[in-house]
Structure formats: C-alpha cells, structure tokens
Design a protein. Structure first.
Length: 255
C-alpha cells in the first residue's frame, strides 16, 4: 500500500519519480495507483521531463489518458522546449496526438531549439497519420519555424509523398519559401523525390521559382543527377536556359 504525498513522489538523483518511470513504461495500473496515492502529475525531472511527455514519447495511450485526467499540464516543456505533443509527433504516435489535442495541448507551440511545431516534426518523419491528426486539431499548415521552414517543406525534403498530399489538401502554400529562398519544390528536387515533385507541380507550384542563389528546382535536380525529377520538371515547362547568380544553367550543373 502506497503512502500519500511525498512518498509517492520519491525520486532518484536526477529528479525522475516513480510516476515518470511507470508512465514511460506504460504501466497503467501503477500509474493510477501512484496518482491515487498523491503523486504529482505535473512534477518534472531536473531536465524538465514530465510523466506526460515520457508516456507520450513512448506512445502509451492509457497512461496519457490517466495523466491528463489527473491534471498533468499538456503544454509543459522540457529543457529543450519539447512538449508531450511534440514528443508524440516526433515518434508518429497519432493516437496520443489525438488525445493530447483533445486534452488541450496547443498545436501551434514550437520547440525551444528552432521553433518547430508538432506538425513540422510529424511531417519531417513522414508520419502521415500524425500529420492528419494535427491538421484535424487545427494545426496551421503554413506556420514556419526559425529557419522559415514549414511542415510542407520538411515533408518534401524527406520525400514523404503522403504527408505532402495531406498538407496540400489542407491548403498549404506550395510556393512559400524558407530563409534561404528554398520552396518545397526545390527541396524535393534536391533529394530527387520524383513523387513529391509531381505532387507539388500538380498543386500548382511555380516550376521556375529560384532560391536566394538563383538556383531553381531544375538546377538542383540536374546537379544531383536525379533524372526522373528532371524529366518531371521539364514536362512541367521548366526553363532550361535560365542561369543562377553564378551564371550556371541546369545543363552546366549536370556536367
């Protein structure tokens, strides 16, 4: 039988409590017993990790439910600015994302390292279901982080076609550029991701939009030897004779 109060919150040297350990392991019965004994659901370790974030990171839905009911703050962040929602999105735990959103987690909050939101992290990992859950919860498709990167850009960069499609369907702007002038199309072309290139072109992405160096998607695809992406861009009318700020054309860059 657990004693109430401080005994239930006994912790190790790093501030990790039994509740945190049980939550991370998904030991729901232990989580509930600890909460019933007075364990503090809002307590954080010395690195700022809370029981809710640890359960979310591991996809432990029942533990997440129990902690939310017990009043765990849904937007508490660790020392890196990572919230439970961001942790769940990074791992692609869509069911946890849904529970946290219903529990009041703010979908537009970015992490402390670069301002990346849960939607950006889900898109970066190609976690289509998590992307969908966040969009349903009201995440802004065009919100940008400190680098000017959006969720669509991260999905395109990774060649995650399903995530690209979901974001475009939600109204993401295809021609939005980051701090370097890169658009989603340029980033997809850099990686030679033909399917993502095709999806962006079908959505009306400007085929000849250039970055801050004057380089277009065609130039990057040519320089990388990505023949399929080059073919898709040419079929969409990409200008073959256009030169970048150094005077190089796609043909020169391909040589």
């Amino acid at each position: 039988m657990l004693a109430r109060g401080d005994a239930a919150d006994g912790d190790a040297a790093n501030g990790v409590t039994p509740l945190m350990l049980a939550s991370r392991a998904g030991a729901t019965t232990a989580v509930r017993r600890l909460l019933d004994a007075g364990a503090d659901a809002s307590r954080q370790s010395r690195k700022g990790c809370g029981a809710l974030a640890l359960a979310a990171e591991e996809g432990m839905t029942e533990a997440v439910d129990a902690l939310l009911v017990a009043g765990a703050p849904p937007d508490a962040a660790d020392e890196k600015g990572v919230t439970a929602l961001i942790a769940a999105a990074q791992r692609g735990h869509a069911a946890v994302v849904e529970r946290l959103a219903r529990g009041g987690a703010a979908v537009e909050v970015g992490d402390g390292a670069g301002g990346s939101t849960a939607l950006m992290w889900a898109a970066k990992g190609g976690h289509e279901a998590a992307v969908g859950a966040l969009l349903v919860a009201g995440a802004a498709a065009d919100q940008a982080n400190n680098l000017g990167m959006t969720a669509l850009m991260y999905a395109a960069l990774g060649g995650h076609e399903a995530a690209v499609d979901a974001l475009l369907a939600a109204g993401a702007v295809a021609d939005q550029a980051d701090n370097d002038g890169d658009t989603a199309l340029i980033l997809a072309a850099k990686g030679g991701h033909e399917a993502a290139v095709g999806a962006l072109l079908a959505a009306g992405a400007a085929v000849d939009q250039a970055d801050n160096d004057g380089d277009t998607a065609l130039m990057y695809a040519a320089a990388g030897g990505h023949e399929a992406a080059v073919g898709a861009l040419l079929a969409a009318g990409a200008a073959v004779d256009r030169a970048d700020n150094d005077g190089d054309t796609a043909l020169m860059l391909a040589a």
